[in-house]
Design a binder for this molecule. Sequence first.
Ligand code: WT7
Length: 635
Amino acid sequence: MSTPYRLKTWDEYVAAHRRSIDDPEAFWDDVATNYSWRKPWTSVLEWDFVKPEVKWFGGGQLNITENCLDRHLATRGDKTAIIWEANDIDHPSKHITYRELHAQVCRMANVLKKHGVKKGDRVCLYMPMVPSLAISVLACARIGAIHSVVFGGFSANSLVDRINDSQCSVVITSDGIRRGAKNIPAKTVVDEALPSCPTIGCVLVSKCTDDAVPMQAGRDHWIEDELKAVDAICPAEPMDSEDPLFILYTSGSTGKPKGVVHTCGGYMVYAGYSFANVFQCEENDVFWCTADIGWITGHSYIIYGPLLNGATSLMFAGIPTYPDATRFWQVIEKHKVNQFYTAPTAIRSLMAAGHDLPSRFAMPSLKLLGTVGEPINEEAWHWYHEQVGKKRCAVVDTWWQTETGGIMLSGLGDITPMKPAHAGLPLPGIRTILVDQQGNELHGEAEGYLCIDFPWPSVIRTTWGDHERCRLNYFAQYPGRYFTGDGAKRDADGFFRIIGRVDDVINVSGHRIGTAEVENAIDEHPDVVESAVVGYPHDIKGQGIYAFVICDHVRTDKDALRKEVIATVERIIGKIARPDKIQFVSGLPKTRSGKIMRRILRKVAEGEMNALGDTSTLLDPGVVEEIKAGKGMIA
Ligand code: WT7
């Protein structure tokens, strides 16, 4: 018996999931045969979640770009691979065919080679959402270099940490980044970072905004000039299944961001398989994922997933509210988008901009709507389903993580039933379970900690340079299991509803921010002695950042101080981590052993002053009274 690659009915889903549990190796062996391999694998899976060590398709060799590009040339050479829609509405959009994309990736790969980049080297990308970003990502993969994309909203300081952690040898950037009405001087940020990055010998700069930027002779090169001087043929480097494909940094509950490592074979199989089944694209459909390629969603569902399936992927350089809050609907209408995949934060902000705005646009092409990144509340879910999808479109709420590489829980197109605000069922091959605090598995209808009990092809392999950190973060809490860090509920039908993070991670607009990271940044302000950061419910962003800050002397100019603290966070991490609220306090609620009781701070931030629970174990219960009283003064 074999399982179809692309499932088309509920019965096929049930059968595929059953088989993936009963005989995972046979199941994945079948799925993987849908790709082109240089050398077949000799072992489907070897694993040990205690070490942890996971190997998929061992002995096999492949190059993911052959699967994304070369494989399609005979049948889809003239099909559009990427539609690019610019930030500015009057800027012409671009259609890039598979043949053109193939040639451009090969050229860029040759540019990288010319500058000495070899298999296994790390390349950092700090770029706007332009085709040359997707091309550069694929060019790295073509020659076996490991890409590390850093989102344009991160500061020079964050860039330094990421470049140095993985010892990148090259940075690819652009003159500037235009997002909405804002301008990020990308090249200037890179210039600011590089004096602290001894491993970087070369900067490749793409001309995107025509901003004048200084070029350092010998180090900096214009990509457009370099491309003219190289060949459009570049053989793909054969990669072992378990060779790293990319590193992507993400925040955790402690310390600095960690570099999540994904590998060539398993990531390819799962990104492709999950895309095919969740979004159910037909051959001539246009798929649009609104994420930035700086996040995993962009990696898996703008670049790799769609291209592996020969789909047409729309890439948008702008933001939902520029020039106004109808931009998404205009783009859907203009490019006849069939599948639209965005974040609850965007949905909530567009809903707030005018409930009936989508109705002004004809969007008959839409067949499926997806959400990702954070829990979607029922009101937003219904608005999306009714006002955007006109009740005709399936809505899939996709739950997954940077570490999972692809979607884990979701509806599959319209073949599985939908439940508002539920991420739904596990994909075939995914064994999600709930456990209690002690790690006992909970059965049936239950609420608990969400774990995954068995490897899937795109499970995180390691955190770059620090395997122990990977073990401690994901595999140590409940030995033998991957722990997601999320709490979830399962209903009587087996549908999951994600509650949210149970660790010290805040989810702001679908972006993961570590509270410890923000605290460390705030503490860099010369007047700050200590700080504690918690999340609180935010109407649009899902969660906002609330900071309690202790200073070493009383300053009366609280507004100026607040601005300075925000500027410090922007400098150390980037704009995405700026606190929404700052409360200056003289002490923090701590236990006798010195641990901050965040539970109390969370309640204060939520405004639930009378539900603080037991405060008798505090070193100084008086602190709580002061914090409660001061809360009224916060803007
Ligand atoms: C965390 C992962 C990979 C998606 C982009 C974010 C939260 C993600 C959902 C969802 C509820 C969700 C979880 C998860 N999350 N998708 N559909 N419903 N929560 O990736 O930055 O790695 O964050 O985002 O809390 O652990 P990420």
